[in-house]
Write a protein that binds this ligand. Structure first.
Ligand code: GAR
Length: 226
């Protein structure tokens, strides 16, 4: 079975635009030895993104690529690809990266770009996710780690976590509840990749070699918060 991963320690390139709490969860998991991966470079399209400070604090290379220097998305993405290639990045992790990727980057790293989204895709793609979920009146929401394809938030789903929506929830309280699960499932998805257990067939992602003890409960890699 063709595995998506590389042998040995996976080198991550993490793309960020903001505070970087998901980046932090990946760095922490790497340092704790919970994932066979290291963050090789953090790249931001926002000069003062706090995520860049987090990277520097951990002596991880932090790069700002200014979108204003490029006329088209492809130019910006070519600069990103150049940085990722030079650092031998195996897996690209979008962690609160708020720019659309061009097909150039998606093609270069086909099934090697993951994104975390704070909803149960395909529900509520795009922006203002919590507001849309509350307005719609859903009883459960959650988060999704998926591979990135050419469209927004449409790629094959790797892991989801389900979170209840409470009657007195605000955008902020629901975001905060979901975020704690984002920090759990993103490192988990990276580790599945690192172990070479993920296979994409069409829209579906299959996970091979699940330990027997985990098969009954976790065979679909959904995480349910009762
Ligand atoms: C996270 O909630 C992430 O799921 C979301 O942005 C936040 C970034 O937080 N991403 C998207 O909405 C992408 N469509 P962080 O910077 O603290 O990781």
């Amino acid at each position: 079975m063709a595995s998506l991963s590389v042998k040995g320690q996976v080198r991550l390139g993490v793309l960020v635009s903001g505070r970087g709490s998901n980046l932090q969860s990946i760095i922490d998991a790497s340092h704790a030895g919970h994932i066979d991966a290291i963050v090789a470079i953090v790249i931001s399209d926002v000069a003062d993104a706090f995520a860049l400070d987090r990277a520097r604090t951990h002596n991880i290379e932090a790069a700002f690529v200014d979108p204003k220097l490029f006329e088209a998305r492809e130019g910006f993405d070519a600069a990103i690809i150049d940085l990722l290639r030079k650092r031998d990045v195996d897996l690209v992790c979008l962690a609160g990266f708020m720019r659309l990727l061009s097909p150039l980057l998606v093609r270069e790293y086909r099934n090697r770009i993951m994104n975390i989204h704070p909803a149960l895709l395909p529900a509520f793609p795009g922006l203002h996710v919590q507001r849309k979920a509350l307005k719609h009146g859903v009883k459960f929401s959650g988060c999704t780690v998926h591979f990135v394809d050419e469209e927004t938030d449409t790629g094959p789903i790797i892991i989801q976590a389900v979170v209840p929506v409470l009657e007195d929830d605000t955008d902020e309280s629901l975001s905060a509840r979901i975020l704690t699960y984002e920090h759990q499932i993103y490192p988990k998805a990276i580790q599945l990749f690192a172990e070479g257990r993920l296979e994409v067939r069409g829209r579906r992602v299959f996970c091979h070699g699940m330990p027997a003890s985990e098969q009954d409960e976790k065979r679909n890699w959904g995480v349910i918060n009762p």
